[in-house]
Design a protein around this ligand. Sequence first.
Ligand code: CA
Length: 484
Amino acid sequence: GFSTSHDEQVHARVASSFISEEQALINLEELGDADFDNVVDKGKQRWNEILGRIEVEDDNFDNLRTFYSSFYRSILFPRNFSEVDGAGKIVHYSPYNGKVLPGYMFTDTGFWDTFRSLFPFLNFLFPSENVKMQEGLVNAYKESGFLPEWASPGHRDIMVGNNSASVVADAYLKGLRGYDIETLWEALKHGVNNVHPEVSATGRKGYEYYNKYNYIPNDAGVDQNVARTLEYAYNDWTIYRLGKALNKPQREIDVYAKRATNYKQLYHPKRKLMAGRATDGSFSNSFNPTDWSRDFTEGNSWHYSWSVFHDPQGLIQLMGGRKQFSKLLDSVFIIPGSKGMESRSMIHEMREMQVMDMGQYAHGNQPIQHMVYLYNYAGEPWKTQYWAREIMDKLYAPTPDGYCGDEDNGQTSAWYVFSALGFYPLCPGSNEYVLGSPLFKSVKIELENGKEISINADNNSNENRYVAEVTLNGKKYTKNYLTH
Ligand code: CA
């Protein structure tokens, strides 16, 4: 409290530290002599620099507001947990072992959400920041014996998958360097055959079953078994890709290539979707793809059957060819989303899907967010273009209710930023961006390497959302993807 007279203004200078009161006083020096207005100005300038890395022109002002709001949210997380000590060195308080140690530490990100497009966005636009984050992962492994899957600030026991593999592999494969990748490689190899003793979401829960059966059976006492299996298979593929890039011996990485095909184990040939499978290999007779069962994570089979990021062609083959595959994708928007759901215990993701009223399409949660980009692989890019635009228009708005579900540490925002630019990293760990429908007439992107990308879509409008022709550097371009 401050004792003040009428109309008197009080300016307080405040700093905090995770390390100590002394460190908080060092952090306070960051302000220099700046007064309140100076600090506000500096903040504005810095945000303009960062958000100015993408310059967008459009007649629709609301689109600009949604775009820059999403861009802003894409770079709020993960949070830098490190501080600069009195000698000018980067140090951090370890949420893993309680010590103050040298180097970077980042926190507040759930890889289950953010491996999909948030980390690829950082690799695209802010690779030097992700280099620091990768160093933070090295430190997390050294301090806890595991890579985090959901850091907040230490290991948090939520969500599934072993998606740190994707985050580590995508960074390295997109060319990030200057950190200890060999330690991260060791960390990945350790994580695939271990579970954190207290935090079972860290490491690979159910790995014994996964390694033995090539899937996690739904009668083995490990819940969310379909979600886990599909994500582990993709994670294994990213480890394989990284191992290749690091020139690891083929005999060491073959196992990951083999396991990358494990998604096929859970394909229910009659229902043409992914389903839970018992130890004896049987599928349940009562399997219902709209059921938000314990075999999945915050979703159902319609949401998860597409979690084969690394092998769309294999999935297409499995599902009976392009036509059948495309029909199944269409079905997602047609199968009613609300029937019978009231009788079950409602989680907010269910309610959000109902409110969106796009059938089983549940953009308010992450597992399905890459789905519309899969039409490209079935030779129907116009459906990707139609739906990408539809989702941007209907499910994002520059209003307080402008998100259709959990934003989730930048993931749902990064989806929008990529989609509005007109391309999307469907499979992190590959170097491809699949094309969609660019939202703006003109975009300029300033890359860290000094290069600039311009995207022009002259006759673009709400109705004109289809791409008739693409030219790249002045030459006709016939592929439906770009490479990093
Ligand atoms: Ca979520």
